[in-house]
Design a protein around this ligand. Structure first.
Ligand code: ATP
Length: 591
């Protein structure tokens, strides 16, 4: 497929305000693509060069893209910069400069998608002295031979600002429509995606080998599995009831989630977001080599700082110091880690993800016999609420976060939040016991003393997995520091949209809409019913229509924007509904 064709599809997607229409356009695009290029199309649409675990970065900054546009069109950098200040979108700026280019269009042959993709790979792999200039030149060459609409996406792509507003779920549905004309294959496709985390690969298999290959998809070493997630319940009694009267209860450690892949002498460690973090944890990697008795293995655990003299785990604020790019080995001596392993998914050619927890755990313990740095998580198996509560209290007294209860019979549920794992955390009276991760979908202009920051508050949403839509749940207008206001105004300004993005459902209108891209962590006092928000909206007994909203929401967390979570990993509508009903129960039992 010629790149211009892809650019035309993207242009059509940008004009669409319904998610169903997006699926139609994407399925037509997939139908028209060749098996040899569909993976490239998927990566470009995702705005990446490869799945996150490959860690391939473009290494192209805004300034470099501006220079490339200038070089390709015969204008100065200053001309381009000035236009960009007005448009706020370097893609649009590129489009307008190409349409009025002072230079003759280079090379009239139209590049196809894979040629463009390979040039982008080339740009990403240029390194060393003079690399900046070379990257600019290669990008300028692409722009110089492109049409205006192609230029828009050639510039947006390496900047990671494609502005299509598509999520992985939409693409999976589009693949199903491509193959079957309806959405019935989505579940199978999702399963395959959950165990390889590579949407390009799933699309390629589907296109070239059909649904049979997707159904036979298996776990592979060095393709990270999308992590299983935990539900919440407020009491030991409810946890036991949900688990049919008996469950395992593991200590909950607060550190970095690590998924470790081992094959012979090769070790890789992936984060909760499936990014390759092997270099950050040399001590864990070498322990995995020495202490794990298997040639091949995939297992998971939480890495956290440990005080060898007192035998205590350290709080997250200490562990976080290990997240660094420089001085890694010094810090590893200063602040040694332990990995508390809690699951096993693969061992010597055999996938364990469909085996029950008890079997996975037994194998994990066997693999870790006599180990020191990597230990199985501490746990009990119980039928008693009192015993569960006591284990929880001891864990909290030991400085841990709480417990995770596990269904003895459940498989490893990749990429989903299910009741096979239930977390119980320390709770703070009078407040919601857990923080929420919300997606920013809009923001408000600064008024009064905030005028200078151009920022007055956020409109935030949760993710509805069933609808693949973002439903608003709260405005956040207080508690920002000046630095946070400046950061938010700058960051959000660059992803502004003229109208409501297709996957946002809202009755509230902010001053500016933004793409659902950034996640913030929020604490609130309680969840209330509100007619202003679309999260869980339903007709009430009294005939009025209302959704959920937050009382006294405020930003919390180490950073303003939580960059380790994608919008689809934010708190879901279902979780808000559950938290609301737990809140009611707690109140009733308080009385
Ligand atoms: P989530 O990961 O559920 O989206 P979150 O990032 O806010 O939410 P938590 O609410 O703290 O994290 O709870 C889940 C996390 O707890 C897991 O992702 C994992 O990193 C960590 N964890 C610690 N100990 C365990 C354990 N024994 N079993 C499973 N997970 C554990």
């Amino acid at each position: 497929m010629q790149f211009i064709k892809l650019a035309e599809y993207y242009d059509a997607l940008e004009g669409v305000s319904s998610r169903l229409k997006m699926i139609d356009i994407m399925s037509d695009l997939f139908k028209e693509s060749e098996p040899s290029e569909i993976d490239h199309i998927v990566y470009i649409t995702q705005g990446v060069l490869a799945p996150p675990f490959e860690g391939r970065e473009f290494g192209v900054a805004e300034k470099m893209a501006q220079e490339a546009i200038a070089l390709a069109t015969g204008y100065t950098k200053e001309n381009v910069e000035l236009d960009f200040r007005k448009s706020g979108d370097l893609g649009k700026t590129a489009e307008s400069f190409v349409s009025k280019s002072k230079l003759k269009r280079m090379n009239s042959s139209k590049p196809d998608v894979s040629e463009v993709y390979n040039s982008m790979i080339k740009i990403s792999s240029i390194s060393g002295k003079g690399s900046k200039e070379q990257k600019i030149k290669t990008l300028a060459n692409l722009v110089a031979s492109s049409s205006p609409v192609e230029a828009r996406y050639l510039i947006r792509y390496p900047l990671g600002q494609l502005r299509l507003g598509l999520g992985d779920a939409t693409m999976l549905e589009a693949l199903s429509v491509m193959e079957n004309g309806d959405r019935t294959l989505k579940e199978e496709l999702e399963k395959a995606y959950n165990i390889c985390s590579d949407l390009g690969l799933v699309a390629k298999e589907m296109k070239s080998k059909g649904i049979k290959a997707i159904k036979e998809f298996s776990v592979t070493v060095f393709k990270p599995i999308r992590p299983a997630l935990a539900e919440r319940l407020p009491t030991a009694e409810e946890i036991l009831e949900k688990m049919d009267g008996e469950c395992a209860v593991e200590q909950k450690y607060d550190g970095f989630r690590c998924q470790i892949h081992k094959k012979g002498k090769h070790i890789e460690i992936y984060s909760r977001r499936l990014e390759r973090t092997t270099d950050m944890f040399p001590d864990i990697a070498s322990a995995a080599l020495k202490e794990v008795h298997a040639y091949e293995a995939i297992f998971e655990g939480e890495a956290l700082a440990y005080n060898d003299s007192t035998g205590e785990f350290m709080p997250f604020q200490e562990t976080i110091q290990r997240k660094r790019k420089h001085g890694i080995s010094e810090k590893a001596i200063d602040l040694p880690l332990k990995l508390m392993a809690f699951d096993l998914m693969f061992e010597n050619g055999k996938s364990y993800i469909n085996e029950p927890y008890e079997k996975r755990r037994a194998k994990l313990e066997q693999l870790l016999e006599g180990s020191d740095t990597i230990k199985p998580s501490k746990r009990i198996i119980t039928k008693s609420a009192k015993e569960l509560d006591d284990f929880f209290s001891t864990s909290v007294t030991d400085g841990l976060e709480g417990i995770v209860a596990k269904d003895l019979k459940a498989p490893y549920v990749a990429g989903a939040r299910k009741f096979s794992w239930i977390k119980l955390k320390r709770s703070y009276q009078g407040e919601l016991s857990d923080t929420l991760d919300l997606v920013i979908v809009g923001y408000y202009r600064g008024r009064g003393s905030r005028t200078e920051f151009g920022f007055g508050g956020l409109l935030c949403a949760v993710y509805n997995e069933t609808r693949d839509m973002f439903e608003t749940v709260s405005k956040i207008g207080t508690g920002f520091t000046e630095e946070q206001m400046q950061e938010l105004s700058k960051t959000l300004g660059s992803i502004e949209q003229k109208s409501k993005p297709a996957r946002v459902d809202s009755i509230t209108e902010p001053d500016f809409w933004v793409y659902p891209k950034y996640v913030v962590t929020v604490k609130a006092d309680e969840i209330t019913r509100s007619p202003m928000h679309t999260c869980g909206i339903a007709i009430q007994k009294d005939g009025t229509k209302s959704g959920y909203s937050l009382r006294f929401p405020r930003l919390v967390g180490e950073t303003t924007i939580r960059r380790d979570k994608s919008p689809e990993e934010a708190t879901t509508t279902k979780e808000i509904e559950e938290l609301f009903s737990q809140q009611k129960k707690v109140r009733v039992s308080d009385k």
